[in-house]
Design a binder for this molecule. Structure first.
Ligand code: NAP
Length: 161
């Protein structure tokens, strides 16, 4: 099963505000995110789930939280108390890939086990406290670059050791 991080990152590495909000709204980037992840499981931290306000449609939503959060009997939403148990669940379900969709704490804990990353680098800086974690670019190959009006999507694959 491929573990794929997907994120949108401002020029100053900001991905969000401490309050949970996204500092920008770029429709084309959300469209890219939706097209890429639809049909696959998406794994996220509790704060990101709360920011979304509701589960993402046509995707199995997996939330990581130490708390017992209410999911109101939604058959497409699962809560796990740790990341590894959530990934084991995805393996058991036979998923070919799982998308890690944030936020900052979840990216930081999964970048070392990820196989691929799809990172949208926005053409602007943004205000916010949550940043994408630093990573060693020498460990990754860029196999595709897709330039859009307000952002450029870099497709990374982890180099095999
Ligand atoms: N630009 C982007 O692509 C993008 C994507 C996603 C999110 N965001 C932004 O990122 C921000 C949210 O990121 P964040 O770092 O503040 O929060 P987060 O990663 O979304 O969620 C953090 C929470 O996840 C749970 N958690 C994390 N690691 C855990 C572990 N190992 N075991 C159990 N639970 C764990 C904890 O929930 P409990 O406290 O309930 O235990 C923790 O408080 C928002 O501003 C959002 O808009 C941006």
């Amino acid at each position: 099963m491929n573990i794929i991080l997907i994120a949108a990152i401002a020029k100053n590495e900001v991905i969000g505000k401490a309050t949970g909000e996204m500092p920008w709204h770029v429709t084309e980037e959300f469209k890219h995110f939706k097209e890429t992840t639809t049909g696959y499981p998406v794994l996220m931290g509790r704060k990101t789930f709360q920011t979304l306000g509701k589960p993402l449609k046509n995707r199995t939503n997996i939330i990581i939280s130490t708390n017992d959060i209410s999911i109101q009997g939604n058959p497409e939403v699962f809560v796990y108390k740790d990341i590894l148990s959530a990934l084991e669940f995805c393996e058991r379900q036979g998923y070919e890939k799982v998308f890690i969709i944030g936020g900052g704490t979840i990216y930081a804990q999964t970048i070392s086990i990820a196989d691929e990353m799809i990172l949208s680098y926005m053409n602007f800086e943004a205000e916010g406290e949550v940043k994408f974690p630093e990573f060693n670019r020498r460990e990754w190959d860029v196999w595709k670059v897709d330039e859009r009006e307000l952002f450029t999507i870099f497709y990374y694959r982890k180099k095999s050791l």
